[in-house]
Structures are given as structure tokens and as C-alpha cells.
Design a binder for this molecule. Structure first.
Ligand SMILES: [Zn+2]
Length: 377
């Protein structure tokens, strides 16, 4: 993987990741395809929405259908009929958030599979092996996700374990062609996070991610952590903010210099009848949309907005029709990917700070005193 940078506007950066399966323009949003599917969408629909990379998940795929089945397909791309790049999460976060009866040791984590109750082991070497079998274009290190809240001692022990695992992941990855990203941990303790970052840079990775954020901490804390850490991330490597976030979070993080995002919000919220529009959200359960024959967003170019009304989508939602989830997802993913395209265009034209200011002003979000970014909460 090669990372090329084209423009910088303030701290916001525009560039691209060049990989054998295609180019990814940054800042990029990666729709989440946890179980080898971005829920309800075909790969053709994802391409039409502008997706250049998607995210897959080690934890889910190793448990079901198993890495071996996917390896027989020659990897995740053939298995799910997606030809563009894939980033795979290592499973560290999912072991922490989904597995029962977790037992953490220096070697890795033993847990009970939520799929069939089997006892399963996942550690740095196994996580790398599975990601190689999935044939990921970008693999993530296997880390220990620090809970929130955590004491300083807990956060430090977890962060240090993650660093020892990071070194083992790098060894296990060897000279495999996939890019390998390190993940900064350290809970909500800035000095621990700075230490984690410094050691990861010392080990040396193709890109760096901020992990263990958006885990229930106040928004203010998330934003301060981003402000504190991003300037310390290597300039010449892609920077990935894992699992974040709302459109507002993304615009803020881009303004600080983040290049890559993933989040379940557009797809999950679509299934819950939430549609992202220009500067707010439509909740289809609200009675006000029962006779609203306008498209969800008159300015949106997606398939859903070209053909369907708010009243129809509300009807599908209330009748629990599968098509409703599909049409809502098509719109929300298009919204997120269009937002990224607008962000890239604003950076290219040197008017990103104006873009961000307008974006927050339209949402009624006031500038935070002392913020590096005008308009951020
Ligand atoms: Zn639309």
C-alpha cells in the first residue's frame, strides 16, 4: 500500500491509498461489512454509492463460516463478490464487546463463542493468520480494548499488553503483502495514549489507528483525545479513527487530520428507520411523515431519493418490510460517502474550514471555547 497526499487545508488532509485492488480517496469512510456483507446492500449498490473500501471482521468470520471456507474462495473478495480493497478488524474489540466468559492471558484471549458456545482462542498470531486467510488488503493488529471507565492501573496494564501483542502481530505478519496498522490504546489517559503511540511508531506500521474510543465516554472527552493525539501521529502514514462516528464527529476529526473512518451508524440507523439528510435526521416512526410525499432528501442523488417518498418509506418501516431496510441503507450509505466526497472537494479547494463552519452552523452547534476548530462542539 502506498499513501499519497495531495492537499492540506489547516490540519485536514486529502490524499489516496494506492493498493493492488484499487485506490481509496481519503478522507475515506468504510461501510461496515462485519459478516462479509454490508447489511442489505449488494456490492454493485455499494459501488454505485461510491464505496472504495469496506470493512470486514476477523472475530465474526472466524466463528462463522470459519476462515477455512473463505480461504477456499481465495479470500473475502471472491467469497462476497467485492473486488475493491477490504480492511479487516482484528477481533480485539469484538472479543471485548461480544464474547462471553472471556479469559485474558499473555498469550491471548480464550472465550465462549456467541455463535455455538464453543471455547475459542484468539491471540496476536491467530488474528494475523485469519486476516491473511481472509486476504485483507489492510490488516489490523490484535489489541486489548480498555473498558470505560477504567482505573489508570487497568488502562496502563491493558495498553502495555496491547503493545506486546502489537510487536507479536508485526512478527507474525512478516513480509505479507497486506498493509498492517497499529492501534493506539491507553483508555482516557492522554499520557498513556502518547506512550502507546510512541512505542507503536517505534515498532513501525503502515498506518496508525486510534482505538478504544467512542466506548461510552462523553463526547467532549473523545474530541479532546483526538485533538491531543492526532498531531503526534506520523504525517506520512494514514490515520484511522476506529468506530467513529456521527457526521459531526467525522467533520471534526477530519479537521484535526484523520484520514479514515468506519462506523455502523449509517447501516444500523437505516434499519431503525433513521435517515440522514442535509443537516438533520428523519425518524420514520414520527407521524409527521405519514403523508409526506417528498423524497427523504430532495438534494440527494441516491436511488432511494430518486424513486421513493418519506410516506412510502415510513409505510415500509411500520409494516416491517425488508425493502424498507434496503432503501434506507442505500440512502444512508450514499449520504456518508457523499459527505466524504464533499469534504475532499472542500480540502482540495482550500475552503474546508468554511465548509466545517457552515456544516456546524446549520446544525445549530456552537463553537467550543478554546477549540482549535471553529464550530466544533
Ligand atoms: Zn438519498
Amino acid at each position: 500500500m502506498r499513501f499519497e497526499r495531495f492537499n492540506q487545508d489547516g490540519n485536514a488532509r486529502r490524499g489516496q491509498l494506492v493498493m493492488s485492488r484499487g485506490r481509496v480517496q481519503t478522507p475515506a469512510f468504510m461501510p461496515v461489512g462485519t459478516a462479509a456483507t454490508v447489511k442489505t446492500m449488494t456490492p454493485e449498490e455499494l459501488v454505485a454509492a461510491g464505496a472504495e473500501i469496506i470493512l470486514g471482521n476477523t472475530f465474526h468470520l472466524m466463528l462463522r463460516p470459519g476462515a477455512e471456507v473463505i480461504r477456499r474462495h481465495g479470500g473475502l473478495h471472491d467469497f462476497m463478490h467485492w473486488e475493491r480493497p477490504v480492511l479487516t478488524d482484528s477481533g480485539g474489540y469484538q472479543v471485548w464487546s461480544l464474547a462471553r466468559l472471556r479469559k485474558i492471558s499473555e498469550q491471548g484471549v480464550t472465550f465462549q463463542s456467541p455463535v455455538d458456545g464453543d471455547t475459542v482462542f484468539l491471540g496476536p498470531e491467530r488474528a494475523m493468520d485469519v486476516q491473511h486467510q481472509l486476504d485483507a488488503d489492510i490488516a489490523m493488529i490484535f489489541d486489548d480494548c480498555t473498558p470505560y471507565p477504567a482505573t489508570r492501573e487497568q488502562a496502563q496494564a491493558s495498553m502495555e499488553l496491547s503493545l506486546r501483542w502489537a510487536a507479536r502481530c508485526k512478527d507474525a505478519h512478516g513480509d505479507h503483502q497486506a498493509a498492517l496498522f497499529g492501534i493506539v490504546q491507553g483508555g482516557m489517559y492522554p499520557d498513556l495514549r502518547r506512550l502507546s503511540l510512541a512505542v507503536l511508531v517505534d515498532i513501525g506500521f503502515d498506518g496508525y489507528a486510534l482505538g478504544g474510543l467512542s466506548v461510552g465516554e462523553p463526547k467532549q472527552m473523545l474530541y479532546e483525545m483526538i485533538e491531543d493525539l492526532v498531531p503526534l501521529l506520523p504525517d506520512d502514514r494514514p490515520r484511522y479513527l476506529m468506530g467513529v462516528g456521527t457526521p459531526e464527529d467525522i467533520v471534526f476529526a477530519v479537521s484535526m487530520g484523520i484520514d479514515m473512518f468506519d462506523c455502523v451508524l449509517p447501516t444500523r440507523n437505516a434499519r431503525n428507520g433513521w435517515l440522514y439528510i442535509q443537516d438533520s435526521v428523519i425518524k420514520l416512526r414520527n407521524a409527521q411523515f405519514a403523508e409526506d410525499i417528498r423524497p427523504p432528501d430532495p438534494n440527494c442523488g441516491c436511488y432511494t431519493c430518486q424513486h421513493y417518498s418519506r410516506a412510502y418509506l415510513r409505510h415500509l418501516y411500520r409494516a416491517n418490510e425488508i425493502l424498507g431496510a434496503r432503501l434506507n441503507t442505500v440512502h444512508n450509505v450514499y449520504y456518508y460517502l457523499s459527505l466524504m466526497a464533499k469534504i475532499r472537494s472542500a480540502i482540495k479547494l482550500g475552503r474546508f474550514s468554511q465548509f466545517a463552519e457552515d456544516f456546524f452552523a446549520k446544525r445549530g452547534i456552537k463553537p467550543r471555547p478554546g477549540s482549535a476548530v471553529s464550530g466544533a462542539i
